[in-house]
Design a protein. Sequence first.
Length: 126
Amino acid sequence: MNRHFSGVALAGIAAVSMTLAAPVRAGSAQAAAATRVSVKITARACKLSRKRVPAGTLVFSLMNRSKVAHSLAIAGRRSRKAKPRRKQTFRVTIRRPGRYPYTCKPGRGGRMTKSKRGTLVVHRRF
């Protein structure tokens, strides 16, 4: 009886391990990788490393080189203020292709701290 029980247990373990090791369909379980975009903020400009990106999750790496805190606003979302001379990340998901205006807003007003604007083009993921 011990041999029969051992054989059944071994068969059950083998079935479970084969189920766990079975390949998963590429389309259903494999999530698309996030697209990284570097944003260099200076006193006079807000430059994105990429002007065209595929639809999906975007991770913006803000590098604030100015003396004033700035935030990035795009697609109805706004990042936390990036402190002067610091780095910060900001994650946004954009599912629809199109043109999305973005704004780098300074933390405080003033004559020399205007908002910087531009447009990010989101295209269909291939």
